[in-house]
Design a protein around this ligand. Structure first.
Ligand SMILES: Cc1cc2nc3c(=O)[nH]c(=O)nc-3n(C[C@H](O)[C@H](O)[C@H](O)COP(=O)(O)O)c2cc1C
Length: 233
């Protein structure tokens, strides 16, 4: 039998997935424009429902990102309860979902030396989202309203491909739903039309690898908890 030629010679994707993590501290060093363009072009190959490609991205860097993060952080701090997500938020966390959420939160706060009872320190850590964790670039990802939940699914695939393409070039990333939950502020700052829904942001840049917040890794459920092999009746 003829040997199967790998479609992507040289790419060790499983190794990349082992290495990936959400970066929450970046070096203050801009990414080259051509690298950003390359990552966006790779992510553009993402499959979507009927190839509708509902995503659009607003790319922020330099003075524009400086302005955006100041405005966003200021408005969130002034009205922390002014949450206005375009997409429906999780209805609640129960059972394993709550356990996983708590474990991830605990690992994050522990890496920063924050005690669980220290609400002020936790709130300050949360506010780092609105500084994009110091990243030199950020993308705001939006979907077309009429494409519904599958449009958001397509955007999730786009975000994932962009993040993995970035890591493949040594660029760290984090998806940020925390930006999406203030969609009203984002819409106002970017002058988004009503038919574009804010999904999330992605902060990206070279990682500050020595920062303790980049030192922990999250677990995943066992395959046996996730995969249900269907037997013929
Ligand atoms: C759609 C999406 C939104 C997220 N939003 C945030 C966020 O707002 N702030 C944050 O610190 N992490 C955010 N994360 C990162 C998750 O917390 C992280 O992926 C999860 O805990 C697993 O950890 P890992 O990515 O390091 O493996 C988000 C991830 C996804 C996929």
């Amino acid at each position: 039998m003829a040997a199967v030629t790998p479609t992507l010679p040289g790419v060790d994707f499983s190794n990349l997935m082992e290495r990936r993590w959400s970066c929450r501290a970046f070096r203050d060093e801009p990414l080259p424009d051509d690298l950003l363009t390359e990552l966006l072009a790779t992510a553009q190959r993402t499959p979507s429902w009927c190839n509708s490609q509902p995503w659009q991205v607003h790319l922020l860097g330099g003075d524009a990102l400086a302005w955006f993060r100041t405005e966003l952080a200021g408005r969130v701090a002034a009205d922390p309860l002014g949450v206005a997500s375009d997409l429906p938020l999780p209805g609640g966390y129960h059972g394993v979902y709550d356990e996983r959420r708590r474990a991830a939160g605990y690992a994050l706060y522990q890496s920063l030396g924050i005690d669980r009872s220290d609400k002020a320190a936790r709130a300050a850590a949360m506010m780092e989202n609105y500084d994009f964790f110091g990243a030199p670039n950020a993308l705001i990802v939006t979907t077309d309203k009429a494409q519904g939940p599958y449009g958001a699914v397509d955007c999730g695939a786009y975000v994932t491909n962009l993040m993995n393409a970035a890591l493949d070039r040594g660029v760290a990333t984090i998806a940020q739903g925390a930006i999406g939950v203030y969609a009203g502020v984002v819409r106002d700052l970017l002058d988004l039309p009503e038919d574009r829904l804010v999904v999330c942001a992605v902060a990206l840049g070279w990682p500050a690898e020595e920062h303790p917040v980049n030192g922990f890794r999250t677990d995943r459920a066992d395959l046996t908890d996730v995969v249900h092999v269907v037997a013929a009746p």
